[in-house]
Design a binder for this molecule. Structure first.
Ligand SMILES: NC(=O)c1ccc[n+]([C@@H]2O[C@H](COP(=O)([O-])OP(=O)(O)OC[C@H]3O[C@@H](n4cnc5c(N)ncnc54)[C@H](O)[C@@H]3O)[C@@H](O)[C@H]2O)c1
Length: 277
């Protein structure tokens, strides 16, 4: 028996890298998988791989960055499988440049695919889950570049931090309808990152090693957990959380000079987040 027998999962950007690994694992666990990608050839290849292994899959060739694209993915899922239980927003691109040289086109391309794309695919699926009182699980993909920053990625970082904000709010909205929402911060050597991550990591940081974290999130293994953010590479996983530091307070308010005089007590230590292997 699979962990996802009778379930249906939509995975965006599943023609390559992480999305492909998620699609193969979820299909192996019994899910019917909707393989979205705007690259039709890659989507068809993944569907074929799943079917050859005895799984159920259908391609949904669409651009996630428009509402028409998002709606068409849900229609494909309903026509092929009659329902949707799981959505993994994963499609993505990079257009890296320092801010001084970043063009409007590079800003729009990245924000449209990641942030707007997450909205465009999620809204129809969320509505379907809500209207059908079906519950469900939605995973949104953020990035260490969004939560901790990275040089040359103001566009990508803004989109990925935006997705985190979207996810946090959606998790609160979803509670009432039994819709669980996670944020995943992955790290893996894929076509997207092959030029930036050292090639020695390609074995240990493979997409196949991130996929089990997705399976945990979307299956009954994670119980009723929701509204959590997990960093997952091939070698470690950890929860990421916003924390508040020590409180400076004064019933009469604090002047700028008061703050400066006590700021050694205000800031958390600056050791940052350790995303290294
Ligand atoms: N690989 C990493 O280390 C890493 C780190 C942090 C975040 N991420 C995120 O994980 C996700 C998957 O990345 P990956 O590394 O597997 O990259 P990848 O390039 O291997 O796969 C991304 C897929 O998305 C598809 N895609 C792009 N734009 C699309 C659109 N508008 N509509 C439909 N499909 C589209 C591409 O065709 C591709 O198949 C992305 O959101 C990425 O930002 C990856």
């Amino acid at each position: 028996m699979g962990l996802l027998d009778n379930k249906v999962a939509i995975i965006t950007g599943a023609g390559s890298g992480l999305g492909r690994a998620y699609a193969l694992l979820l299909a192996k666990e019994g899910a019917g998988v909707v393989v979205n990608d705007f690259n039709a050839e890659n989507a068809a290849k993944v569907v074929h791989e799943i079917e050859v292994n005895g799984g159920r899959a259908v391609a949904a060739v669409a651009d996630v960055s428009s509402m028409a694209g998002g709606e068409s993915i849900l229609v494909t899922a309903l026509e092929a499988f009659g329902r949707v239980d799981i959505l993994i927003n994963n499609a993505g691109i990079l257009r890296d440049k320092g801010l001084a040289n970043l063009s409007e086109e590079m800003w729009d391309a990245v924000v449209n695919v990641h942030l707007k794309g997450t909205f465009c695919v999620t809204q129809p699926v969320f509505r379907w889950m809500k209207d059908n009182k079906a519950g469900g699980v939605i995973v949104n993909t953020s990035s260490s570049s969004g939560l901790a920053g990275n040089v040359g990625q103001t566009n990508y970082g803004a989109a990925k931090a935006g997705i985190w904000g979207f996810s946090n709010s959606l998790a609160l909205e979803g509670k009432k309808y039994g819709i669980r929402v996670w944020t995943l911060v992955p790290a893996a050597v894929t076509p997207l990152t092959a030029n930036v991550l050292p090639s020695e990591l390609s074995q240990s940081w493979s997409p196949e090693r991130v996929a089990p974290v997705i399976l945990y999130m979307v299956s009954s293994l994670s119980g009723d957990k929701t509204n959590r953010t997990i960093f997952a590479s091939g070698t470690k996983i950890m929860e990421l959380k916003m924390v508040s530091g020590p409180v400076l307070s004064n019933p009469g308010g604090l002047t700028a000079r008061d703050i400066a005089a006590s700021d050694k007590d205000l800031f958390l230590d600056d050791k940052g987040l350790d995303f290294n292997p």
